[in-house]
Design a protein around this ligand. Structure first.
Ligand code: SF4
Length: 80
């Protein structure tokens, strides 16, 4: 299985202790080792740049994605 190209520098991928172990592993499998094009963190970065994505934002957090994009005045990037 291929890992997301951003994994090495992604706070979610590298900081398991911020999250509950079950949630962390499910999301890592689904997004980081699965379809990273659907990851809300990754899509938010396309809009607000990577350094402005909150460290604790989850890859499934579509609400935070919408909020960040709205604040930045852009449309949330669609899933590829
Ligand atoms: S959380 Fe998203 S951006 Fe980070 S490594 Fe996983 S898929 Fe990539």
């Amino acid at each position: 299985m291929e890992v997301c190209a951003w994994a090495e520098t992604c706070p979610f991928f590298s900081d398991e202790k911020e999250y509950s172990p079950e949630l962390y592993h499910v999301m890592r499998e689904r997004y980081c080792f699965g379809d990273s094009s659907t990851c809300a963190r990754k899509r938010a970065a396309l809009c607000v740049s990577r350094e402005n994505v909150p460290k604790t934002m989850l890859p499934a957090d579509e609400d935070e994605l919408r909020r960040l994009c709205e604040e930045a005045g852009c449309e949330p990037p669609a899933m590829a």
